[in-house]
Design a protein around this ligand. Structure first.
Ligand code: NAP
Length: 274
């Protein structure tokens, strides 16, 4: 739809930035929004939920940063202002991990009255290069209480490609897409590949004890950390992630491997100071 207008929330973030890159300006007018973006949006400031975001917008990529919820009033206002399609960034395994924040976000999108698509990715590859594991790579120790469980890491570029398809094509309404990368590997194997690229040891400790020690050492509240550990135990009880063909089915292209990601990130020099 050449005259379509698409608003991208979290447009400076890991996924939002790549959604903007994937959308073609010749097919749609793209509005990147965030607190620091050219169009201002703040989940904590309802005064920013106004015509600058909603005026003329047909479709919207909806994401909430870690720890922030989706306010259903935002979706209602957007839909009443003419937004007819929402694509939500959610996460895999939120049911078993009892992630109330994202479960509520999914409910809100479904109840919005607009067309909706939910995208549930596995762990992002880019956690190691720009996300919450960036500092762990620099420190040479990754601690996630998942032992030797295999995770089907997703590349942010593939997630964004699925989001872009759901925003611009018909046929995705009412779908919840569970995404995966092509392989399921352990955090230890992933850390090993990054270690080779960085050229220094990066140890992985998958025990709950190490995680509790590390997180409380960063000053996190012990009760919150113990709740996280419980959620990780529930994820472990579910078993290894099983790769699926959803990325290929939606985008026509096979998902990128973790090794592809490491090579691209190293070439870009993202770990050059690690
Ligand atoms: N990491 C994973 O492996 C993983 C896996 C599955 C799902 N997820 C989910 O993915 C989401 C995180 O996505 P991401 O990694 O792309 O995010 P991110 O890189 O942390 O970026 C957050 C984005 O939100 C914006 N932002 C921050 N605070 C805001 C606020 N109060 N109001 C409006 N915008 C705000 C930021 O820009 P400004 O600073 O300019 O506002 C930025 O554009 C979370 O919901 C997480 O649960 C993560």
């Amino acid at each position: 739809m050449a005259d379509q207008q698409i608003l991208v929330l979290g447009s400076t973030g890991t996924i939002g930035r790549r959604v903007v890159q994937q959308l073609s300006p010749s097919d749609a007018r793209i509005l990147p929004a965030s607190r620091s973006g050219s169009i201002r949006h703040d989940w904590n400031e309802p005064a920013t939920w106004n015509g600058a975001l909603f005026g003329g917008t047909d479709a919207m990529f909806v994401m909430a940063p870690d720890g922030v919820g989706i306010d259903p009033r935002f979706l209602t206002e957007a839909h009443q202002s003419g937004v007819t399609r929402f694509v939500l960034l959610s996460s895999k395994a939120i049911d078993v991990m009892q992630d109330e924040r994202l479960l509520a976000a999914e409910q809100a999108i479904k109840a919005s009255g607009a067309e909706w698509t939910i995208v549930r990715p596995d762990w992002f590859n880019q956690n190691f290069s720009e996300g919450f594991l960036r500092e762990a790579v620099a420190a040479g120790e990754v601690t996630i209480p998942l032992g030797e469980m295999r995770q089907a890491f997703n590349d942010a570029r593939d997630i964004a490609a699925v989001v872009a398809a759901a925003l611009t094509e018909d046929g995705h309404h009412g779908q919840t897409y569970e995404l995966s990368g092509p392989d399921a590997i352990t955090f230890g194997e992933a850390a090993g590949m990054v270690s080779k690229a960085v050229g220094k040891p990066i140890y992985y400790d998958g025990s709950a004890d190490a995680y509790i020690r590390t997180m409380t050492g960063f000053g996190l509240d012990r009760a919150d950390v113990l709740r996280d550990v419980e959620a990780f135990e529930a994820l472990q009880a579910r078993g290894d992630s099983v790769p699926n063909d959803t990325v290929k089915r939606i985008t026509g292209k096979p998902p990128r491997t973790f090794a592809d990601f490491v090579e691209a990130a190293a070439t870009e020099g993202v770990w050059s100071e690690s």
